[in-house]
Design a protein around this ligand. Structure first.
Ligand SMILES: Cc1ncc(COP(=O)(O)O)c(C=O)c1O
Length: 424
């Protein structure tokens, strides 16, 4: 090969790469330009105090926080911090690697047992993020591992509620299984799609609590349909754990459906105030996940500090139902006052998140900015997290918000609502 042909073949190899790179950069700048033009670019404020507290300091200003999922205030509870400290002194800040290679610290096993007991399942497996739990499960359960075991490549189908969280969407994409989305909470649609499918196995996934809609998933109905079609059933209960039920056991145990649900997914960074995620289910399924779930094998474990703090958080969550009472009272008060003021509030009062419908993306961003100028932190939820034209404010209440915090929130929302002509 002479130098010219060598150069030509080299060029033909890199040309598509240059083109792809150019296209990639073009997409990046186009997207940023679009977001800037429409004023949809999110602002990443710098918080210099605990971001999970009801009052935070942002850029030197005292601001009330209505975006944190620390529903019960456990993130900064002195007992939780003390337990985390104790674990920190023993285990340091990091796990050193995956449990597959580095072994298993006692606190992680204890956390898994306590988690399983909380949600009413036989066993649980933990991950450093709920995101990882959701990206682990579909591939692990539905794709071939050895030969065609457990299932032939692509033979399975996942029936997923159209409003399921992005991490579920991501997990479904990673698996070879066919993805079939059904209309949100629409049981007739789910039934019809299952009946029309010849996939084997079939798996249904929905959420216990859909916070952007402020409503429950129809899990009792989904359980019945899963039985009819012998489908594997998974419930993502990230926002139900710690919040729903007398002990904070979550939607599945609260509605006495533990025997009918195969997998519960949960996140430790919401009501339990920490970080990480878990999958809970029958012992055999969890044992299987420990040897096939790729994020469990190829990524470092949840840290001992978090495990120590979370064990204490689970203990408090179960023994202090008054935290949930306060949380629900706060949510109910805000919902009632905003409804009285003329706003359109989505969902049910049985969920401690108040979703105020705004509609247009630009108005939602403007609304949230105007609130920030009145010392209220409450970002808007907009496309692609929710459908286009259905932007909303998701007001996340905590047990630790006081009456004064709520009054300040209401005054600000009503004033901005009038300015923006959303209410009279
Ligand atoms: C319904 C739902 N599932 C899963 C997740 C992901 O959990 P994590 O934040 O622990 O990664 C979230 C996080 O917001 C969620 O809302």
């Amino acid at each position: 090969m002479n130098i010219f042909t060598k150069f030509q073949s080299y060029f033909s190899l890199i040309k598509p790469a240059i083109f792809r790179e150019k296209q990639k950069l073009q997409n990046t700048s186009e997207l940023l330009t679009l977001l800037r033009q429409k004023e949809w670019l999110p602002e990443f404020h710098t918080i210099t105090t605990a971001g999970t507290d009801p009052e935070v300091i942002i850029e030197g200003k005292r601001i009330l926080m209505f975006a944190s999922n620390n529903y019960l205030g456990l993130s900064t509870r002195p007992e939780v911090i003390e337990a985390a400290h104790k674990a920190l002194r023993i285990h340091g800040i990091g796990p050193g690697g995956s449990r597959f290679l580095c072994g298993n610290i006692d606190l992680l096993s204890e956390l898994e047992q306590e988690t399983a007991k909380l949600v009413g399942m036989e066993d649980a497996i933990t991950f450093p993020a709920g995101y990882m739990a959701n990206t682990a499960i579909f591939k692990a359960l539905l794709d071939p591992l050895i030969g065609s075991s457990p299932y032939r490549k692509g033979s399975a189908a996942i029936f997923s509620d159209e409003y399921n969280h992005g991490t579920i969407v991501e997990g479904c994409r990673i698996s070879y299984a066919k993805k079939i989305s059904f209309c949100h909470n629409n049981m007739a649609d789910l039934r019809e799609k299952l009946s029309m499918s010849s996939a084997n196995p079939k798996m249904i996934v929905t959420e216990g609590v859909f916070t952007p809609e402020g409503e429950f998933g129809y899990i009792k109905e989904v359980v019945a349909i899963a039985k009819e079609h012998q489908a594997i059933l998974m419930i993502d209960d990230a926002h139900g754990i710690g919040v729903i039920g007398k002990r904070g056991e979550g939607t599945v145990a609260h509605f006495e459906l533990c025997k009918d649900v195969d997998i519960i997914m949960g996140s430790y960074d919401k009501a339990l105030g920490g970080m990480g995620g878990f999958l809970a289910g029958k012992k055999e399924i969890i044992e299987y996940l420990r040897v096939v779930a790729r994020p469990y094998i190829f990524s470092s474990a949840l840290s001992g500090v978090l495990a120590g703090g979370l064990i204490e958080a689970i203990r408090i969550c179960q023994k202090e139902p008054e935290l949930r009472d306060r949380l629900f009272q706060n949510a109910l008060y805000v919902r009632q006052e905003l409804t009285k003021a003329g706003f359109s509030i989505l969902g049910t009062p049985d969920i401690p998140v108040v979703c105020l419908l705004i509609g247009d993306e630009t108005s939602a961003v403007r609304f949230s900015r105007a609130l920030f100028n009145r010392a209220i932190y409450c970002p808007s939820f907009r496309w692609p997290a929710v459908p286009r034209g259905k932007s909303r404010l998701r007001i996340t209440l905590m047990a630790t918000h006081t009456k004064e915090h709520l009054e300040q929130l209401l005054r600000a929302i009503i004033a901005v609502g009038k300015e923006e002509k959303i209410i009279d």
